[in-house]
Design a protein around this ligand. Structure first.
Ligand code: NAP
Length: 253
C-alpha cells in the first residue's frame, strides 16, 4: 500500500516486530522504503515475517534479541549498524503483561521482569542509538504505550504503571532531545486483536461490553496502529514531539 509518505534511506529498528502491532509497523515502514530490523526472542518467527515481507521496497532483517538482556541489546544495535547503518527510527514495542491480578499478589520477580522489558529496554536502546542520531541531527523515537497507561487497567497495576511510565519518558525525551533534532512520541492503543490481548478479546462478555460502549464498536486491528507510526517516523511529523496518540476506537471518551 503506498501512502505517499517516504522513509527512503532510513534505518528503523522495531522491537517485537515479528508479530502483532510491531509486524504491522515493520510492514508499513518497509513499504515506505525504510530498511527495517525486526527484533524479538523467537528467531524462527522473525524469519517467517521477514520472508512474508520480502519484496517490499525496504529490506527486513530479523535479529534475535531478548530485550531484557543488556548484552543482547548491545548486539542488536551493533549488528544493525554493521548490516544497515545507524538507527534513524526506533520503535520500542516489545512488552509483557505479566502480573495481571490483585496488586497484593505482585512479587518482586514480576516487578523486576516487567520493568526490565517494558521500561529498561527502551531506556537502554535509547542510550545505544541516540548518540548516532545526534551526530546526524535527526531521529524519531516511538514508544508503544497503551490506554492502560492513561486509565488504570483493572487487575493490571503493573502493566499500567509501566505504560504510564513510558508516556512520561516520551515527554522527557522530547524535551531533552528536541534541540538535537530528535523527536519522541508515544502511541497508546486501545484493544487491538493480537496474541497479547487475546485474554480480553476472546472473552465474550468483555467483547459484548466493548461493543456496547465504545464509539467505534469493535476491536482494532494492528494495521490501524501502523499508519500513525509511519506518520510519526516521517518528515511529515517534523513539528510533532512529546505527544501521545490515542488510537482506541474512542474507548477513553
Ligand atoms: N494488543 C493490544 O490490545 C494492545 C493494547 C495496547 C498496547 N499494546 C502494546 O502494543 C505492543 C505490541 O503488542 P501486541 O499487541 O502487538 O502483542 P504481540 O503480538 O503479542 O507482540 C508482542 C511482541 O513482543 C515481543 N516480546 C515479548 N517479550 C519480549 C522480550 N523479552 N524480548 C523481546 N521481545 C519480546 C514478542 O516477540 P517474542 O515472543 O518473539 O519475543 C512479540 O513480537 C506492546 O507494547 C503492548 O503493550 C497492545
Amino acid at each position: 500500500m503506498s501512502t505517499g509518505i517516504s522513509l527512503q534511506g532510513k534505518v528503523a529498528l522495531v522491537t517485537g516486530g515479528g508479530r502483532g502491532i510491531g509486524k504491522a509497523i515493520a510492514r508499513r515502514f518497509a513499504e515506505a522504503g525504510a530498511n527495517v530490523v525486526i527484533a524479538s526472542r523467537k528467531l524462527e518467527n522473525l524469519q517467517a515475517t521477514a520472508r512474508e515481507l520480502d519484496g517490499l521496497p525496504g529490506k527486513v532483517l530479523p535479529i534475535a534479541c531478548h530485550v531484557g538482556r543488556l548484552e543482547q541489546l548491545q548486539n542488536l544495535v551493533s549488528e544493525t549498524e554493521a548490516q544497515l547503518g545507524s538507527v534513524d527510527i526506533l520503535v520500542n514495542n516489545s512488552a509483557t503483561n505479566i502480573g495481571q491480578g490483585p496488586s497484593l499478589d505482585v512479587t518482586d520477580e514480576m516487578l523486576d521482569k516487567i520493568v526490565d522489558i517494558n521500561i529498561k529496554a527502551a531506556i537502554r536502546l535509547v542510550r545505544l542509538t541516540v548518540p548516532q542520531m545526534m551526530k546526524k541531527g535527526t531521529g524519531s523515537i516511538i514508544n508503544i504505550s497503551s490506554i492502560a497507561g492513561i486509565e488504570p487497567q483493572p487487575q493490571g497495576m503493573l502493566y499500567s504503571f509501566t505504560k504510564a511510565g513510558l508516556i512520561m519518558i516520551t515527554r522527557s525525551w522530547a524535551r531533552e532531545f528536541g534541540p538535537a533534532g530528535i523527536r519522541c512520541n508515544a502511541i497508546a492503543p486501545g484493544l487491538i486483536q493480537t496474541d497479547f490481548s487475546e485474554h480480553f478479546w476472546k472473552n465474550e462478555e468483555y467483547r459484548k461490553q466493548l461493543e456496547q460502549t465504545q464509539p467505534i464498536p469493535r476491536i482494532g486491528q494492528p494495521h490501524e496502529i501502523s499508519h500513525a507510526a509511519l506518520y510519526l517516523a516521517s518528515a511529515e511529523a517534523s513539528f510533532v514531539t512529546g505527544q501521545v496518540f490515542v488510537i482506541d476506537g474512542g474507548m477513553t471518551t
